[in-house]
Structures are given as structure tokens and as C-alpha cells.
Design a protein around this ligand. Structure first.
Ligand code: NAD
Ligand code: GLY
Length: 348
């Protein structure tokens, strides 16, 4: 088993990574849940596959688990579902010493995290991520959120979990499109912090558990320096400004989030190479990585992405922070005037 520490002062926690962990995690869970009620929040795809296994371990750890299942999909990250989940939990006579367990992908993780951070002014949260994206990204770092009709992730908190349990075996049931989404985030980590990872991914000679652990370690290090997302944490948005614009322009679901981010990383790097902001050859590596993992590298209607991109949350007044890579493994961010987005989107 691989164990990583996230050393935020007073809120330290561990990330446990192992295959088969869901069937043998009682000892790890005991430290957090013994004698407590545990609200297992999951979705309609994941619960039938994995909830029973986890609940058995929770019971063995001395907890009293009960299950709350939301519809699978982004629509469950809503204020309506949030309220419904809070009410259902309280029907179980929940107290502040009890615990929320998020079993699922980033949707469940973000929703359950928001629930845990607000219910009774904050109860313990354990993340059990089951998608590749949530294992390398969303379960670590403490961002929780629900969406509003006017935009994604507009309501939420920074709230760190007490533990993260990653069982790679859950990826065996994950649809291919979702695996590719996780790979886009992994390519992002390689681009901003780990050139060696890029080489390994391209060669095909890598161990997924090792890659997941390295991504979590990068995320933990970034979050330690900038939990509240005012500086270094923005690096985790490489490809995302244009990616969000693509999702927005084509309508959510047309392209997966990962596909949109993959195109976003290519568009940003094309711009950066043309303007001497990135070492030549970097775009070629990112393109080849995308192709290798079934992700797109080109996007149509680029000039129409500008309006959507200029609404990005990372905007301050007329300026927006964009993330670029100097060379593979070296991400940096730069404030540009929003008019620069037009040049980026058009590829001029
Ligand atoms: P998701 O949670 O919607 O999961 C994708 C699909 O896979 C769903 O249909 C789900 O039911 C299914 N699924 C999950 N695990 C499965 C498994 N093991 N086997 C079979 N099916 C499975 O999507 P996601 O990509 O995991 O997360 C996306 C969400 O994460 C977005 O809402 C995004 O905003 C959020 N996010 C948050 C952060 C953060 O730091 N908090 C970071 C990145 C993304
Ligand atoms: N995935 C972006 C962040 O956690 O900041």
C-alpha cells in the first residue's frame, strides 16, 4: 500500500492507495469512525457496485453505516439535492461527532464534501473516490461545491477530508470515456510538474498506482502552498480556462470534461510556443500524450470560444490568469488582458 501525507497544520490527513483496499480498510477506517454513524453518500451507478463492500468494512471498524444514493451525473451537484441529502442524514439522528463518507466520482465527492462542511457546522469527511479523475484530483485538496443554473461550482467551501482511500480496482468498471477524463488530468500533472511522468506515459511503461500516487503528491504539495487558490493552485487549471469555454460553447456533455481540457492544453501550448513562452516541441509532446489516451487535440469553432472563456472565475477585472508550461514539467501562470484570449482562441 502507498500512503501519502497531506500536512496542512491542524488538518493533517493521509491518502491510502492500494488495489483491493475497499475490501480490507476496516483498520484504517476505525481511527475515524469507531462508535459513530457513517452516512455513505454515493450515486446510482456506484452504490450497487461498491457500497455494500465499504459498509461491511465500516461496520467492522465499529461504525453504524447508512446509505444515501443520489442520481448519477452532474445534475446532483445542485442546491436541491444538497438540501435533500442534509434532510435524509438528519432523519438518522446524526450528531456532530458522526461522519460522512463520499463513495463515487467527483460529483459525489464535491456534493458530500459540501454536505460534510456545512452540516451541523462541519462533520468529519472521508473520501473514497472511484473514478480516475477523482482519484488523482478532486478527492484531494478540499474543494467542495454545488452548481447554480448560472455556472458550475459557484457555491462551496474549502474543507479538507480526514482521510482519502483510493482503490484502483474500482477503475475496472469505469466506462472508457471516464478513464480518458482522468488521463487528461494526469497529462496535466505531467505537463505542470513531472516531465518524467510524460516520458513514462508515452512509452506505455508505467504502473497506474504509481502514477496516481505521484499525481496526489503533486496536488498535495500545491495545496499545501496555496490551499485557497490565490496563486500556485491555479496551475491545476492548465487547459481548464479554454476547456471550460469549450464545454460551455458546445453544451455540457457534448465533449467530456477531459476531452475539453485536452483540447485546452493544446490550444494554450500552441499559443505559448508561437509567442516564445514555451519551449518548442512541448506542443508535440502534449498532442502525442492526448492521442495515446484517446483524447482530442484539435477543436473547431475556436474563435467563438472567447466570450465563454472571458467569464472564467480566474478573471480579475479585465485581466485573466492563464496557465502555461515553460517546458514539460514546468507550469507557470501569467496575467494577461482579456483581449489576449481572442489571440489564444483564434490561434493567431
Ligand atoms: P462523476 O462523479 O460524474 O463520475 C463519472 C461517471 O462515472 C458517473 O456516471 C458515475 O456514476 C460513474 N462512476 C463513478 N465511479 C465508477 C466506477 N468505479 N465504475 C463505474 N462507474 C463509475 O465524474 P468525475 O469525472 O469523477 O467528477 C467530475 C466532477 O468533479 C465535476 O463536477 C467537477 O466539477 C468535479 N471536480 C472537482 C474537483 C475538486 O477539486 N473538488 C477537481 C476536479 C473536478
Ligand atoms: N482541480 C483544481 C483544484 O483542486 O484546485
Amino acid at each position: 500500500m502507498r500512503t501519502l501525507s497531506v500536512d496542512l497544520p491542524g488538518r493533517e490527513y493521509k491518502i491510502y492507495i492500494d488495489s483491493g483496499l475497499l475490501g480490507c480498510c476496516a483498520d484504517i477506517l476505525a481511527a475515524h469512525v469507531s462508535g459513530k454513524k457513517a452516512a455513505v453518500i454515493s450515486d446510482s451507478n456506484v452504490a450497487p457496485l461498491y457500497a455494500e463492500r465499504l459498509e461491511k468494512q465500516l461496520a467492522e471498524a465499529g461504525a453504524k453505516p447508512f446509505r444515501i444514493v443520489v442520481e448519477a451525473g452532474e445534475n446532483s451537484k445542485s442546491l436541491g439535492v444538497f438540501e435533500q441529502v442534509l434532510s435524509e442524514i438528519m432523519e438518522h439522528d446524526f450528531s456532530r461527532s458522526d461522519c460522512v463518507v463520499a463513495l463515487g466520482g467527483g460529483v459525489v465527492g464535491d456534493l458530500a464534501g459540501f454536505v460534510a462542511s456545512t452540516l451541523l457546522r462541519g462533520v468529519k469527511l472521508i473520501q473514497v473516490p472511484t473514478t480516475l479523475l477523482s482519484q488523482v484530483d478532486s478527492s484531494v485538496g478540499g474543494k467542495t461545491a454545488v452548481n447554480l443554473a448560472v455556472g458550475k461550482n459557484l457555491v462551496g467551501t474549502f474543507y479538507q477530508p480526514s482521510a482519502v482511500l483510493i482503490d484502483m480496482d474500482t477503475l475496472s468498471t469505469l466506462p472508457e470515456r471516464e478513464v480518458a477524463c482522468g488521463m487528461a488530468e494526469i497529462i496535466k500533472y505531467a505537463a505542470i510538474r513531472d516531465a518524467k511522468m510524460a516520458d513514462e506515459l508515452l512509452s506505455g511503461n508505467f504502473d497506474l498506482a504509481d502514477i496516481i500516487a505521484r499525481c496526489c503528491a503533486i496536488k498535495a504539495a500545491v495545496v499545501l502552498n496555496d490551499e485557497r487558490d490565490t496563486g500556485e493552485r491555479m496551475l491545476l487549471n492548465f487547459g481548464h480556462t479554454i476547456g471550460h469555454a469549450i464545454e460551455n460553447f458546445y453544451g455540457y456533455g457534448t465533449y467530456s470534461h477531459g476531452a475539453a481540457v485536452a483540447m485546452g492544453m493544446c490550444i494554450m501550448t500552441e499559443y505559448a510556443e508561437k509567442n516564445g513562452l514555451t519551449e518548442p516541441g512541448t506542443l508535440d509532446i502534449i498532442r502525442r500524450l492526448n492521442e495515446k489516451f484517446g483524447l482530442p487535440t484539435v477543436c473547431e469553432h475556436r474563435d467563438q470560444l472567447i466570450t465563454a472563456a472571458s467569464h472564467d472565475k480566474k478573471r480579475t477585472g479585465d485581466y485573466i490568469s492563464i496557465v502555461l508550461v515553460r517546458r514539460m514539467g514546468e507550469g507557470y501562470y501569467k496575467k494577461v488582458h482579456k483581449s489576449e484570449l481572442e489571440i489564444i482562441a483564434k490561434g493567431e
